[in-house]
Design a protein around this ligand. Structure first.
Ligand code: PKZ
Length: 188
């Protein structure tokens, strides 16, 4: 394994307004494939703030997440980690960020019906670059590790989403700000 983070970093600081440990975190967008309640076959990932620089997430692998008979699709597992890692960055640093790079190690097959418990941790910050890692355990927070992931998130301005998002979806959000989670403030 290469050293991690791959560049010298500063220790990250949990934002003073970050949700307290054990706070259940809201979905950040109703149509997000990772957490949104409006996506019928989405992952419906749920997350809880942990101590210090951690967030604990969980999701149930259903039959709509299969890649082989009865087994989770690796790409969907990667999606769950993207969501879990991004949730840690967004809520603990309280800054908008996007995934620049995501790497996953699939250690064990994950059967349909498994609840994957994902512990994400912010490892370091270098300018706009935020390094995060996570482990996913099967059926319990102390279960066997099925997937490990590491990612680089890049801090961006809110303008990133406004400049690049499809107009009709941005319009929907402007008309119904409730589509964004309570934590996402478009006028900070
Ligand atoms: C507000 C309160 C919130 C409240 C709570 C909300 C909760 C919220 C939960 C969200 C949970 C969602 C979780 C899913 C998150 C997605 O899935 S985001 C969607 C997928 N990602 C994207 O679409 C990103 C597409 N890429 C881009 O837009 C641009 O390439 C980027 C990433 C913004 C970077 O572009 P840029 O701004 O021009 O910056 P750039 O100088 O190129 O890169 C910055 C630094 O990062 C490095 N870098 C960039 N990409 C890479 C790479 N792939 N590999 C290595 N280094 C890289 C650069 O080398 C550079 O390094 P330095 O020169 O500073 O040393």
């Amino acid at each position: 394994m290469n050293s991690w983070p791959p560049v010298p970093t500063e220790p990250p600081a949990r934002h003073p307004d970050a949700p307290a440990p054990d706070t259940e975190l809201p979905e950040h967008y109703a149509y997000c494939f990772g957490c949104g309640s409006e996506v019928e076959h989405g992952l419906h990932l749920r997350a809880t703030a942990g101590d210090d620089l951690t967030v604990r997430s969980r999701f149930l692998v259903t039959e709509t997440h299969q890649g082989a008979p009865g087994l989770a699709h690796g790409g969907l597992l990667a999606c769950a980690f993207d969501e879990a890692l991004g949730t840690a960055v967004g809520h603990l640093l309280r800054r908008p960020a996007v995934t620049g790079r995501l790497e996953t190690d699939f250690v064990r097959p994950v059967p349909v019906g498994t609840v994957l418990h994902i512990d994400a941790h912010i490892d370091g910050v270098a300018g706009r670059k935020v390094y995060v890692s996570a482990e996913g355990r099967m059926n319990s927070v102390v279960g066997d590790i099925a997937v490990r992931a590491r990612a680089l998130f890049v801090l961006v301005e809110l303008k990133h989403f406004i400049d690049h998002g499809r107009r009709e979806d941005l319009r929907k959000v402007a008309e119904d700000p409730g589509l964004l989670g309570r934590s996402v403030d478009l006028n900070p």
